[in-house]
Design a protein around this ligand. Structure first.
Ligand code: GCV
Length: 721
């Protein structure tokens, strides 16, 4: 009888295990849950965590405390595979307590005021301690949002299988403004968006707020992202109307518990379009008053409104120069309107005049650098990572380090405008790290871009980092499952710009894809190699902006029909019978002189210029020998080929992971990798065939002959759908 019972029990538990495992595997993995999937961890890990997590103690009833409670309960219960109860106070070993000294009497009694004081409004402390007779984990901060960040950190430790029994962690963000810039339009389209429509449904707002907005805010909070500019910098004045401010306020209400503030991109000419004024001249008293009143109205509706992000006098946008004023005049006028409310103005440095014969790479510096020291204290200048425009690879922007008395913040592009949209797998932190680690020599060696933007080099008071968002209404948020990793990585780097790409990749894989160590190794390698590979098959050796005009998908180095010279690829690569590349040395545009001497000299000399930037700074003869001993032409061809080979190998390695990665995401990624291979071949062939017209040299050994003729590549753009 006993025997029977035992076997029945074990059969029953086997059934539970089977159902549980089958449930975990068969659950649709459509990518919606991002890196916040709280599925059961490996058994051994669960066993080691379980005694440390027996109850959740989060007293208080604010919206943020409720979010903390929900997150801890669903996170811990999900990861441990069994419900963790909520308790009012610590009454057993393994309680997890979260909050502030004010919200939680038990945290209040710890006497941590001094330690917390150093952590500012957003830092947190996570510590395993003894509280009375019990071993507990405390997650404490000065503010509730700080505690929420601590909770996400604690959950991340579990999701990445880190030990939690001797925790003693303190963290605070290095950057104050950690922002996503959405280029979302009034009609729901997204400029350079490749993952569906805008997340904000302007017609339904403010009455109906899509529950997805809460998940968006939550995902951002899990990374520490604390700002969201909800409309396109190519702005429409309507967003500042009373009707739209009510809609924006509804979004802000949804984001607030998660510490995400809303910002807007105002159209500089709004006083005319909305206010009925005759001018938007920043020196006109009526204009300044209009903006002040508008700011008051905004803060009435949204008390924690973040501020304005402004694209002015760039690509047809109005701005102060329309009225013969300058950037400082425009920025400071808006800053004065926001200052009483503690709002900020983020003024974009993406300004390039269409002057005949000029070098676009030098334009932002020429336009903005002379104003160093003149911007108001609540103005930041937002500078793209490189001097042209989010290319697959650019040297760092020469404005970094060149404006010691101006608050600079970098703008990265998470959405892949020039990097294969949401079709190509490319892990962007590799590229961002290159910029962050670049030494500007602004104050001698070691003056990295990171040290400029985190305020440590010049004592910059207000700091920030912006990323142009890659999110949209697609079920998986970002179009490509791996593009989620770039959103994740951006947030992590904005919190800590020293994080290594490998660590970020490892975290993301563990949280989003798999705990299988061998699979994780393969995927990490793919991710870390992906940027260099994409550069190889798109723009090796410093080539840039040779994409098809307008949409920027696929190659068109022959393109020369845009009305502005600097919108045409031929302007950038300057291929001729002698060689290839843009001469930015003294003999050419001399844009290289904008860098500090050590950098300038290294880039300006053909022999010391890093080969990855060769054609960015030099017009290089086809027969010039590179470090490999190959001629420039041969090296170019070999790199294009190498890029193609990477896409092929990657497909094979990914295919081998079938069965380890859930079926839906595995298949969807495999499909995208097939497109990436097709595109890489197209890139290689189109570019080499076109450049061959100038080099008049054969393809070197090992480089495959093109699949089509140049005329065929020219006839029709590569398709991305
Ligand atoms: C929002 C590039 C893009 C534009 C974008 C612009 C900018 O030119 O192609 O779509 O406009 O950058 O950053 O303002």
């Amino acid at each position: 009888m006993e025997q029977k019972l035992r076997s029945r029990t074990s059969l029953a538990s086997l059934a539970v295990v089977i159902i549980f495992v089958a449930g975990a595997i068969s659950k649709a993995e459509d990518g919606y849950r991002l890196w916040l999937r709280y599925d059961p961890l490996p058994r051994q890990t669960i066993e080691s965590y379980r005694p440390r997590i027996t109850s959740i103690v989060v007293p208080g009833d604010s919206a943020t405390l409720a979010a903390i409670r929900t997150e801890l309960v669903s996170g811990c219960s999900g990861l441990l595979g069994s419900k963790v109860p909520v308790a009012d106070e610590v009454n057993r070993d393994g309680a997890v307590i979260a909050g502030t000294p004010k919200s939680s009497p038990e945290i209040g009694r710890l006497g941590w005021e001094r330690q917390l004081a150093d952590l500012g409004p957003e830092g947190f402390r996570v510590r395993a301690i003894r509280l009375g007779r019990h071993s507990v984990t405390v997650i404490a901060a000065n503010t509730e949002v700080g505690a929420l960040y601590g909770v996400f950190h604690f959950l991340r430790l579990m999701q990445t299988l880190q030990p939690i029994n001797r925790l003693d962690v303190t963290q605070k963000p290095r950057m104050q403004l950690r922002m996503l810039d959405h280029w979302d339009n009034l009609d729901g389209s997204i400029e350079r968006g490749y993952a569906g429509r805008s997340l904000w449904d302007w017609k339904a707002l403010p009455e109906n707020v899509n529950p997805r907005l809460r998940d968006y805010a939550r995902a951002n909070a899990s990374l520490g992202i604390n700002g969201s500019v909800v409309n396109n910098v190519n702005a429409n004045s309507i967003f500042l109307s009373a009707e739209y401010l009510r809609k924006v306020a509804a979004i802000a209400d949804t984001f607030r518990p998660y510490g995400v503030r809303v910002y807007l991109s105002p159209r500089f000419s709004a006083p005319i379009e909305l206010g009925g004024l005759k001018t938007a001249d920043p020196f006109d008293q009526e204009v300044a008053t209009w903006w002040k009143k508008k700011a008051d109205e905004i803060y009435q509706a949204i008390p924690d409104f973040g501020g304005f992000l402004v694209k002015a006098n760039s690509e047809g946008q109005p701005g102060p120069r329309t009225y013969n004023r300058n950037h400082v005049d425009g920025a400071n006028m808006l800053a004065a309107a926001l200052a009483p409310h503690r709002g900020v103005v983020i003024w974009r440095a993406f300004v390039y005049d269409a002057k005949p014969g000029y070098d676009r790479a030098a334009a932002a510096y020429d336009n903005l650098q002379p104003f160093d020291g003149q911007f108001a204290p609540n103005v930041l200048l937002q500078v793209k990572n490189g001097p042209i425009d989010f290319q697959p690879r650019e040297p760092f922007h020469p404005l970094f380090g060149a404006m010691p008395k101006t608050q600079l913040m970098p703008e990265f592009q998470i959405t892949q405008e020039y990097l294969g949209f949401s079709n190509h797998l490319v892990f962007l932190p590799q590229m961002w790290r290159e910029v962050l680690d670049s030494d500007t020599y602004a104050k001698g060696p070691g003056s990295t871009v990171t040290k400029i933007i985190d305020g440590s080099l010049y004592g910059q008071r207000l700091t920030g980092m912006a990323g142009v968002a890659n999110t949209g209404s697609d079920r998986n948020w970002t179009g490509h499952h791996f593009a989620q990793a770039n959103w994740y990585a951006f947030g992590r780097l904005a919190w800590n710009p020293d994080l290594a790409s490998r660590q970020i990749a490892g975290e993301w894989i563990s949280m989003s894809l798999t705990h299988d160590a061998r699979a994780a190794d393969t995927i990490t390698r793919i991710m870390l190699e992906s940027h260099e590979a994409l550069v190889d098959y798109m723009t090796p050796l410093g080539l840039h902006h040779i994409m098809w005009g307008g949409h920027h998908y696929g190659p068109a180095p022959w393109w020369d029909t845009e009305p502005r010279a600097d919108w045409n690829p031929v302007y950038y690569h300057r291929a001729d019978d002698r060689g290839l590349g843009f001469d930015r040395t003294e003999k050419g545009s001399n844009a290289v002189s904008q860098y500090y001497a050590q950098v300038r000299d290294r880039f300006a000399n053909l022999n010391s210029c890093p080969e990855k930037f060769l054609l960015w700074f030099h017009h290089v003869p086809w027969e010039y020998r590179l470090l490999t001993g190959r001629t420039m032409w041969d090296e170019l061809a070999v790199r294009y080929q190498r890029g193609v080979e990477w896409t092929r190998t990657t497909r094979k390695h990914w295919d081998a992971l079938s069965g380890v990665i859930d079926a839906q995401r595995h298949a969807e990624v495999a499909k995208k990798l097939a497109i990436q291979e097709r595109d890489s071949i197209w890139w290689r062939d189109a570019c080499l065939l076109y450049f061959q017209n100038f080099s008049k040299r054969p393809l070197p050994k090992g480089v495959e002959p093109p699949a089509k003729t140049l005329e065929e590549y020219k006839a029709k753009s590569l398709e991305w759908k």
